[in-house]
Design a protein around this ligand. Structure first.
Ligand SMILES: O=c1ccn([C@H]2C[C@H](O)[C@@H](COP(=O)(O)OP(=O)(O)OP(=O)(O)O)O2)c(=O)[nH]1
Ligand SMILES: [Mg+2]
Length: 149
């Protein structure tokens, strides 16, 4: 398994480092490293620290912060940026933009698991400027051009 560098910014995270819940898990749960419960009103967005900083250190990888399904579906707790993208050279605190898109206030408890981190491969590309593309089956068709069924 690949390893990445992590700094523990909050001592409570010492024994709570994100871990894969099952051998096949894709995501590492991130916790709300807050001192007291925070009530997030409907429509409100709060920046929540995770108590961690990571340095991926290899441009062939990035990390994405994604909602947890249960939090999103049952409680309306998703991400203010929809998806958080963590650059491989970012070394600052890992933060979760936490948006209550639901109809009810939600109280986030200290150390509650609120989102998940997925490390993904990245291909950095350069651009080759052309006047015409080589032919493709799809061409310029998009936005439902292949039909509904
Ligand atoms: O949910 C998030 C999203 C981003 N970040 C950190 C890591 C990322 O590498 C950095 C910058 O994020 P991004 O590039 O998405 O934001 P930006 O608005 O373009 O800021 P910048 O000008 O710093 O790139 O912020 C987080 O901690 N949590
Ligand atoms: Mg950016």
């Amino acid at each position: 398994m690949k390893t990445i560098d992590v700094k523990i910014l909050d001592p409570r995270m010492q024994d709570l480092l994100p871990a894969y819940a099952t051998p096949g898990s894709a995501g590492l749960d991130l916790r709300a490293c807050i001192d007291a419960p925070i009530t997030i009103e409907p429509g409100q967005t709060v920046l929540v620290p995770t108590g961690l900083a990571i340095h991926i250190g290899d441009p062939a990888y990035a990390a994405m912060i994604l909602p947890r399904s249960g939090m999103g579906h049952k409680n309306g707790i998703v991400l203010g940026n929809l998806v958080g993208l963590i650059d491989s050279d970012y070394q600052g605190p890992l933060m979760v933009s936490t948006w209550n898109r639901g109809q009810n206030a939600f109280t986030l408890q200290p150390m509650e698991r609120l989102a998940q981190l997925v490390v993904v491969p990245v291909l950095q590309v350069g651009f080759s400027v052309v006047e015409e593309f080589g032919a493709s089956e799809r061409g310029e068709g998009g936005f439902g051009s292949t039909g509904k069924h």
